[in-house]
Design a protein around this ligand. Structure first.
Ligand SMILES: [Fe+2]
Length: 382
């Protein structure tokens, strides 16, 4: 802590958490005089029974939802443009993002662009685009269906350029959801593979947030408890899911995303290029990268690793104990430990390293990362 500084802390999202919480949606909309929500989701979620049941409940309550589900797994700008067209065509009065990261990110970007009419990437946070967000954001609600991204409590959306697939980050404080309905029941049917990958993403958020530079003891406390909850439940949620493990994973992932307002780090910068270049699932990319990425962070962070080890309830509370436990957890949830398994070869390394060094996450890493560090880590993973 720098005692000459004045710090800001902000935890403003309203959350309704618990099995069955989503059943409150119709009453919530009515209480806010909203009747025509645009429901942004992905095609997989749109096909699931719980999604159909949410839509039925809204219609039953005489509400008029418009479904928009034509989005890419790693969403691109044209997805958002199409969503805004649907929002306008149906005279919607609110936006609900239902899904994993993709559905909620597209929903948030539609919320941004509904009334702010510049080119979407003019609002890119990295070029100071947040200053152009001057028009009101429609009433925005999020409903997570995976325990992973934590995007439900975020205030940014990651949208890629259509042609280059370069990820752009749209950020504004007003992009926070007005309400989150976090209902573990929506995750009960999540396949093991998705549970594992998204869960490892959530674990990475908590760990990277805790290790990130900067003074934010509120986020640190949340991140350590998030680590504890996820370590205690990910294996069960993946291999033998029950209500308790699903609930712990959902709240643990939500906590990870609250904590990472502090920043993320090297693991996410290793992972993002893998999604950009070969469309790898974000959680899977983090799961494969987490051990090597965190190993890089050990020097000077030994005390923090010991706190992580305590949160994970490990016998060996050394940094190596944490890395070993991560490898064991990844193996227990059937995720491979190398990128070769995903079709990556030595030929990809230079381009991956170019993208990683330009990524927006590693500046908050506790140790500065150079291009050659990324290159060395990618080489060790292939
Ligand atoms: Fe992530």
């Amino acid at each position: 802590m720098d005692t000459s500084q004045i710090y800001s802390f902000s935890f403003p999202t309203d959350v309704r958490f618990g099995a069955g919480a989503v059943k409150e949606l119709s009453a919530y909309l009515k209480s806010h005089n909203l009747s025509a929500p645009l429901i942004a989701t992905d095609a997989n979620v749109a096909d699931l029974d719980f999604f159909k049941s949410i839509i039925e409940n809204l219609k039953h309550a005489n509400l008029n939802p418009t479904i928009f589900s034509e989005i890419h797994p790693n969403p691109v700008k044209s997805d958002v443009t199409l969503g805004i067209e649907r929002y306008e065509a149906a005279s919607c009065d609110s936006i609900i993002g239902i899904g994993g990261g993709a559905g909620m990110d597209v929903a948030r970007a539609i919320a941004l662009g509904a009334n702010n009419k510049r080119d979407l990437f003019d609002y890119d946070d990295l070029i100071g685009g947040d200053k152009y967000v001057t028009e009101p954001i429609p009433h925005f609600i999020t409903i997570p269906t995976t325990a992973g991204t934590g995007s439900e409590v975020g205030r940014s959306a990651i949208i890629s350029e259509d042609e280059t697939k370069k990820k752009r980050i749209l950020f504004h404080p007003t992009l926070l959801a007005k309400m989150v309905f976090a209902d573990p029941e929506l995750t009960y049917e999540l396949p093991a593979k998705i549970t594992a990958a998204t869960g490892m993403d959530a674990l990475t958020h908590n760990m990277e947030a805790y290790l990130a530079k900067g003074f934010n003891p509120l986020c640190d406390g949340i991140a350590l408890e998030g680590i504890r909850l996820i370590k205690a439940s990910l294996e069960t949620a993946t291999n033998k899911p029950d209500e308790d493990s699903r609930a712990k994973m959902l709240i643990g992932s939500l906590m990870g995303a609250i904590a990472f307002q502090k920043g993320l780090g090297i693991v996410h910068s290793l992972a993002h290029p893998l999604s950009s270049l070969v469309d790898m699932h974000h959680g899977l990319a983090n799961a494969i990268s987490i051990s090597k990425g965190l190993e890089f962070n050990i020097p000077g962070q030994e005390q923090k690793f010991s706190k992580i080890a305590q949160a994970m309830d490990l016998k060996d509370q050394s940094p190596t104990g944490v890395i070993n436990a991560l490898n064991e957890l990844r193996s227990a949830v059937n995720i491979p430990d190398n990128l070769g398994s995903q079709g990556l070869t030595k030929e990809h390394i230079e381009e991956l390293s170019d993208l990683a060094i330009k990524d927006f996450c590693h500046p908050s890493n506790p140790i500065g990362v150079k291009r050659e560090d990324f290159k060395r880590i990618y080489e060790s993973l292939i």
